[in-house]
Design a protein around this ligand. Structure first.
Ligand code: 4AD
Ligand code: MG
Length: 435
């Protein structure tokens, strides 16, 4: 039998009464005289395996006594109902073979500092909490693809090596492309999606994104995964609806399919349930600064909103909050000004409740060639590098809009994990690139 079809713990509830053989690692062991309770983990779940001394051959009893945490082994036994166990089953062991004894497993139940755990990330991944987070992350990824595919979007893979900045020049990763040409790791696939939406209508990209963040915060990684839709002829109101529908669908999916993982993470899902069912609050930046003034934050028009302000703004709301129409002066060069209030841009930041901060940033794009050219000049960006981007406005220009959502931000919020470093398999942060 190939490994792909070998029985796994997660599927055992349909095998009650059958004899199965499983492979995995020891998660935990409890001895009580003539009975041993082994917890096997195989990545799909956890299974209590009961070894009774007088019911197994001598060598099986002895082998079971050698099992230390993370020892790999093969176990055979009869699946039986056990309502109090996870998955509702346990295994009555009849055979057991040790594959490789694990000595000195470094991650013990004592409290380890985060630095230690981060340097052991390749092993820390095996802990139940990390496994649950990664399962939620993977569910979100697959829900993202389903969301766009079921709505007729085409996936466009934006390049990672790019000739110019998309989201400002302060956090660019630079690399030598050829002897006399530099390239930059992509900060966003957006600029490449815009021409593609003129070809395909509704497109999205989903890939790694790089920002040389110079400070350590719990909400910033230097390499993160971003999903970005871009839609031809969509204007700001359509974009707000898309963002809300998107978050609702992903949240519903996580609540439906990753219940056990959320439980393991001890996630209080009340606010996630509200997000899945209730309309989101929407407010403009002008309303937001008034709201903040009432909460004792002296923010004036033109100030950016930091993490503390974002947290204060979402207090009292169970769902994400869509903050629209920020001043153009604090937003990216490509954002369409509001014709009714030209100091502000037709943009949105979606803020998560519970202090998880900005999940989504997006906008309607400037589609007028000359206005965009003026913006590029004003920001002193290299015009030659943006010629192709200007071309989109030259040949049958059209209003269009899109946004970007960070996968780790969304996963962190779903899981109730405050720091993004646990929401990506191998985090890249300031002063941390190992392992
Ligand atoms: O708001 P941002 O910078 O928007 C853009 O990059 C646009 N070009 C997207 C678009 O319109 N197509 O980033 C979008 C999202 C943020 O809301 C956040 O979720 C995430 O990307 N993000 C980060 N996540 C982790 N670490 C970082 N350093 C991040 N910077 C942004
Ligand atoms: Mg942003």
């Amino acid at each position: 039998m190939s490994n792909g079809t070998a029985p796994s713990i997660s599927g055992l509830s349909s095998s009650v009464g059958e004899t199965v053989t499983l492979k995995g690692w020891l998660y935990n062991r409890r001895d009580s005289g003539k009975i041993r309770f082994l917890v096997l983990r195989d990545g799909s779940g956890y299974l209590q395996c009961v070894v009774v001394k007088k019911e197994v051959p001598e060598d099986v009893w002895e082998s079971s006594g050698l099992l230390t945490q993370e020892t790999s082994f093969e176990v055979t036994g009869v699946v039986r109902e056990a309502p109090r166990q996870e998955g509702g089953v346990e295994l009555g062991v009849t055979g057991l073979t040790v594959l490789s004894v694990c000595h000195d497993w470094p991650i013990t139940p004592k409290e380890h500092g985060v630095d230690f755990l981060m340097s052991q990330r390749h092993l820390w991944l095996r802990s139940a909490r990390q496994v649950a987070i990664l399962k939620v992350r993977s569910e979100v990824e697959s829900a993202i693809h389903d969301f766009y595919h079921s709505r007729g979007y085409t996936k466009i893979d934006s390049p990672i090596l790019t000739p110019a900045a998309c989201e400002g020049t302060s956090n660019l990763f630079e690399t030598q492309y050829t002897e006399d040409e530099k390239a930059y790791l992509s900060q966003s696939g957006q600029l490449y999606l815009e021409p593609a939406c003129a070809a395909l209508g509704k497109v999205y990209c989903f890939g790694p994104t790089f920002r040389a963040e110079k400070s350590k915060t719990r909400r910033h990684l230097r390499e993160f995964w971003m999903v970005e839709p871009e839609v031809a002829f969509m204007e700001i109101d359509g974009l707000l609806d898309l963002a809300e529908e998107f978050i609702k669908e992903l949240t519903t999916r996580v609540l439906d399919r990753r219940k056990d993982d959320l439980k393991r993470l001890e996630r209080d899902t009340t606010k996630l349930e509200a997000t899945a069912t209730r309309p989101f609050t929407r407010m403009t930046y002008r309303e937001a600064i008034e709201n903040l003034a009432g909460k004792g934050f002296p923010v004036k028009f033109g100030d950016d909103l930091g993490g503390d302000e974002e947290t204060a703004l979402t207090e009292g709301f169970d769902t994400p909050v869509l903050v629209t129409r920020y001043p153009s002066s604090i937003k990216a060069f490509y954002m369409q000004p509001d014709p009714a209030d030209p100091e502000v841009a037709l943009c949105v930041d979606v803020l998560a409740p519970e202090g998880y901060g900005e999940l989504i940033g997006g906008s309607q794009r400037i589609h007028d060639h000359d206005l965009l050219l003026a913006r590029i000049r004003q920001q002193e960006l290299p015009i030659e590098a943006f010629q192709w981007y200007l071309d989109v406005r030259k040949y049958g220009t059209f209003p269009h809009s899109g946004f970007g959502m960070g996968l780790e931000r969304f996963t962190a919020w779903m899981c109730g994990v405050p720091h993004l470093r646990e929401c990506i398999p191998y985090p890249r942060m300031l002063y941390r690139i190992y392992p």
